[in-house]
Design a protein around this ligand. Structure first.
Ligand SMILES: [Mg+2]
Length: 277
């Protein structure tokens, strides 16, 4: 069999290796609202090559429609049906009809509503306490959640990230709020977001099922969430250095990523070159 020489042949071989790619968003495709150079074109080439694409974010504040619109504004071809947030993954862990005491923003409220869960405010009525980032958090929210948890409600967190990057330094993330509730109750939350499986499995549900030796590939910029979570599911992993992780961190990367690349665009160049050999 001749060795394919063109980019198109390389791309076809790539789709034989990977049924789909799950892309983390911040640090891979964008930094805040700024596009990461080459990433939009790389996504277009993956789609043209017939590789399934899903976008997975631990950010629970926004709806998938808002996330997809922000990606399109950055030039990335994205539609809401291929976006999975940790809020959606958390909602998927609940039975429709569950009465939920919610700490969170529009992304979490919409996900729970679409799941058929019912928002309640009285702690005594709660079957579950579901906690996502809420930048308008008040002490009364923590009070009601604490009472519900003490009464035995299920405890779910969208994600456990204790910080996230703000323009002037690290800001407290959902994990910091969960830690406050753990301190008050002695209870530990079930978590939906990376590195836990629910978000990654929900993203995989948007992809064609692997067949004939195909695998799934996770691309992310945080080793402790993106890479650790996907490796635990047996997926291939690619750590890109366009976000949080830097090459100086390499000695602490356990398990080691399948690939390390400066950017998504550089990763795709390497994958398509490998595929021609
Ligand atoms: Mg990221």
């Amino acid at each position: 069999m001749p060795i394919p020489s063109g980019a198109r042949e390389g791309a076809v071989a790539l789709s034989e290796r990977y049924a789909g790619v799950v892309l983390d968003i911040d640090g891979v495709l964008v930094r805040g609202a700024e596009p990461i150079p080459g990433s939009a074109g790389a996504v277009e080439r993956l789609i043209a090559a017939g590789v399934g694409i899903a976008f997975a974010t631990n950010n629970a504040a926004r709806t998938p429609e808002q996330v997809a619109a922000a990606l399109r504004a950055a030039g990335v071809p994205a539609t809401a049906e291929f976006v999975v947030t940790s809020a959606m993954a958390a909602a998927g862990m609940l039975t429709p009809g569950t009465r939920c005491l919610i700490i969170g923003m529009e992304g979490l409220r919409q996900a729970l509503d679409r799941r058929g869960c019912v928002e309640i405010r009285a702690p005594g009525d709660a079957e579950a306490v579901v906690v996502g980032l809420d930048t308008d958090l008040r002490w009364d929210d923590l009070r009601r959640a604490t009472l519900a948890l003490a009464a035995g409600a299920r405890f779910l967190g969208t994600n456990g990230d204790v910080t996230f990057p703000g323009p002037d330094g690290l800001w407290p993330g959902n994990g910091a709020v969960l830690a406050a509730l753990t301190a008050a109750t002695g209870r530990s939350p079930e978590l939906a977001g990376k590195p836990h499986a629910p978000l990654l499995l929900a993203a995989a549900d948007r992809l064609p099922p692997p067949e004939g030796g195909q695998r799934l590939l996770m691309v992310g910029d945080r080793h402790e969430t993106d890479i650790v979570g996907a490796a635990a599911l047996g997926w291939d992993t690619a750590l890109v250095l366009s976000g949080v992780a830097t090459a100086e961190d390499e000695r602490v990367w356990t398990p080691p990523p399948t690939y390390v690349a400066p950017t998504l665009a550089a990763l795709l160049r390497r994958l398509t070159q490998d595929s021609r050999v």
